[in-house]
Design a binder for this molecule. Structure first.
Ligand SMILES: [Zn+2]
Ligand SMILES: [Zn+2]
Length: 310
């Protein structure tokens, strides 16, 4: 079966995954969650901290890989609110699976990511992420390879991004050319090409910074923010994690429409300086984590609330 189709106009690959139409959905409050431990669960009954397994509804039906990473057996353990040690464990799983998949001959690019929240299309509420092993180089990485072949722009963020938080090993910044409102990028200070190159301290520090970013977004929006988080790692590249929220705050969603979908030209209505100031303030306000992950219940998913006026 052909499951990769090339667009002759752009050279981009499109993956056909029609079996994904059958994948399960869970609604808020629904009792049967495929990622909560139990006899009928996809993770089974044995105790675990972080579970990884092949996606039953993979995007690649042939070469390539698709895995699911369930962050915790507890249904409301969002990545932003795990204990620091538990968040480190998630990063170690990302690192180990990235290295294992990168070693496979049918995998060209490993992509660790999370679609957080129903608004961005997560079909199961239980916090989890995914790992794709693309059998090709995705378009955005290919573009970046061409742009970065002389000098690494990520080794020096200041010319093109506004730094909003710093730690000994990482910087969190808002790109001047935001594609989505409040987009941010988490970049290690050292030029490392992937998660496998991180020292123990860098990994722990990065995990804490990403948690801080998630909590900052929740604080900024006033609810559990829906966002896409993805890890760029590629040979000779500079590791980074990108967060792209799909909400603009005040209960307003940013939709991708004609300019973005047809022309690939993103339009944002918040200046990067304003977004950076607001996000930096939210990060500071949210820097004290809730006492336990149960507090997350207070951060209602946006889907539980009324639809905003457009
Ligand atoms: Zn669950
Ligand atoms: Zn670099």
């Amino acid at each position: 079966m052909i499951n990769l189709v090339a667009d002759p106009l752009t050279g981009d690959w499109v993956s056909l995954a029609d079996a994904r139409q059958e994948r399960p959905l869970t609604a808020p409050g629904q009792s049967t969650c495929p990622f909560c431990p139990g006899p009928s669960s996809e993770v089974g009954s044995p105790p675990f901290h972080v579970a990884v397994f092949p996606n039953r509804y993979p995007v690649f039906d042939g070469p390539g890989a698709a895995e699911v990473v369930v962050y915790s057996p507890r249904h409301h353990d969002d990545l932003g609110y795990l204990t620091p040690a538990h968040a480190r464990l998630v990063w170690e799983v990302w690192r180990d699976r990235s290295q294992a998949l990168a070693a496979r001959p049918d995998v060209e690019t490993v992509f660790v990511f999370e679609n957080r929240g129903r608004r961005i299309g997560a079909t199961i509420d239980h916090p989890h992420g995914q790992i794709y092993g693309y059998p090709y180089v995705p378009p955005r990485l290919a573009q970046e390879h061409r742009a970065l072949h002389r000098a690494c722009l990520l080794c020096e963020l200041k010319p093109w991004a506004l730094i909003i938080a710093e730690s000994p090993h990482w910087q969190l910044a808002v790109p001047q050319a935001m594609r989505m409102p409040y987009q941010s990028v988490l970049v290690p200070r050292r030029h490392l090409d992937g998660l496998g190159a991180l020292s123990r301290e860098e990994l722990a520090n990065g995990a804490a910074m990403l948690q801080q970013a998630y909590r900052g977004y929740d604080h900024l929006m006033g609810f559990r923010a829906s966002l896409a988080m993805g890890v760029h790692q590629a040979a000779r590249g500079h590791l980074r994690l990108e967060c792209l929220p799909i909400e603009r705050g005040q209960m307003r969603q940013k939709y991708l429409a004609a300019s973005e979908l047809v022309m690939g030209a993103f339009v944002t209505d918040i200046p990067a300086t304003v977004a950076a100031n607001r996000l930096a303030a939210a990060l500071r306000a949210a820097s004290r984590p809730p006492a336990c992950s149960r507090d997350l219940a207070d951060l209602t998913d946006l889907t539980d609330l009324k639809e905003p006026e457009s």
